[in-house]
Design a protein around this ligand. Sequence first.
Ligand SMILES: [Zn+2]
Length: 260
Amino acid sequence: MFGLKAKRRAKLRQRPFPDEWEIVLERDVPLYRRLPQADRDELHGHIQVLLAEKRFEGTAGFIVTDEVRLAIAAQACILLLHRETDYFMTLSSIIVYPAEYVARLEDQDENGLVWEEDEERAGESWALGSLVLSWRDIVEDRDDPEGDLNVVLHEFAHQLDAENGEMNGQPPIADPVLRSEWSPVMMEAYEKLGRQADAGRATAIDPYGAEDPSEFFAVATETFFQDPRRLQAVYPKVYSLLVRYYRQDPASWATGGRGA
Ligand SMILES: [Zn+2]
């Protein structure tokens, strides 16, 4: 990350951050309200880069306003603080629906029978190029700041995961010690969540994380920021792993989450 791109980004990060934008973030992004001031300043720079580099598109009649762009960019950039970053390099556009949207899936059984199935989605993330979000879900997460759901963090965590070409729950990690600890810690917790979900027991984090290791990483990321004390209490090893990966300790921020 040297040369022209780095220079262009350094310049973007130094752009003055408009007061109106800060007001919007204070109002619309509960996590922003909890961030330490130094992190907010760093975040402002990252937001400038993301807004300049990514295309935001409304679809199904949805109009993307500055408020929409800011709410999405701010939450995505929280994942980039304190780290060297290439700003979700494989991502070029963020597509926003007004609400949950229906994806038509086609499947085929071993006899060649093809059927179609409709699935309602709040967001999705592709390894190459695009990410889709439902604005209504973003607003619902915002209006439940104590809850552990955050669709923006979820989909952008998938982007980090995919940066090594595969969405498998293991993002690229420079530190060899952290990299070697990653899989055993995450898999143990993933399997535990799976056993609880299969047994129909109440799970301490969103049981959607039991779908596969990449969903576990995305759900753990949501809980890490939204309800850090809960994650720390139920999956302490996952929590400390994520502290080292994200280089942040959200449990030390001003209050947030319902706790364990
Ligand atoms: Zn997911």
